[in-house]
Design a protein. Structure first.
Length: 212
């Protein structure tokens, strides 16, 4: 079966264009962050333990900038091979990184290619926004000492992650769906009678999950 083509007004291509714009914005912000030392988190702890002093630059931002350079060129090269039969690798500069991202959009002719590129770029943007402090990173649910980690009540895997400040719990299993056929999302609330924390899932169910 042939993959359906992506038209210029197609939603997948529009979403890819939007993701490329977000990617460029986060890239520029990360470049500005590189010259500012990290002031908290694992990066500081690791560097301090090794050198006895805090890092003089933001290594996480630098890594993400370098990583996007590789990602953009790999995406462009793969699409160019499939659409033209040729391949050319751009030089490693910021301008060429942006040109490669623009080429990804221009060379995308199928829905599957659009979705694949979109997923890759959205994952990078998410990590970039975490490094910039724009979004809260996901962490494992806190456990009661001596008790096992809670499992997702829908897929039963150990894939529940917590955003503490937002008070949200998500299942990160990409194949997991709730009763409304959506990715599981819960709000942390206090039980009316027990006054203990419970998870209120957006499909209407509640509970802490299965501790198996």
């Amino acid at each position: 079966m042939k993959t359906p083509p992506v038209t210029d007004g197609g939603s997948d291509l529009d979403r890819l264009r939007s993701a490329v714009a977000d990617t460029k914005r986060v890239f520029n912000d990360l470049e500005d962050l590189i010259c500012h030392p990290a002031t908290r988190g694992v990066d500081v702890i690791r560097r301090t333990a090794i050198t006895g002093s805090s890092p003089s630059w933001h290594s996480q931002a630098a890594y993400l900038v370098f990583e996007l350079g590789a990602i953009s060129r790999e995406l462009e090269a793969g699409l160019r091979r499939r659409t033209t039969g040729s391949e050319s690798i751009r030089g490693f500069s910021d301008a060429n990184t942006f040109l490669a991202l623009d080429a990804v959009v221009a060379l995308t002719l199928s829905t599957s290619d659009a979705v694949d590129s979109l997923n890759i770029l959205c994952r990078w943007v998410r990590r970039g926004r975490e490094a910039l402090g724009e979004v809260e990173p996901l962490s494992r649910l806190p456990r009661v000492p001596g008790q096992p980690e809670l499992r997702c009540p829908y897929c039963t895997f150990l894939t529940l992650r917590y955003q503490q400040h937002a008070g949200l719990v998500r299942c990160v299993n990409p194949n997991c769906l709730d009763d409304d056929e959506r990715r599981p999302l819960a709000y942390v609330e206090l039980g009316r009678l027990s006054h203990e924390p419970i998870l209120a899932w957006r499909d209407g169910s509640s509970g802490l999950g299965a501790a198996q």
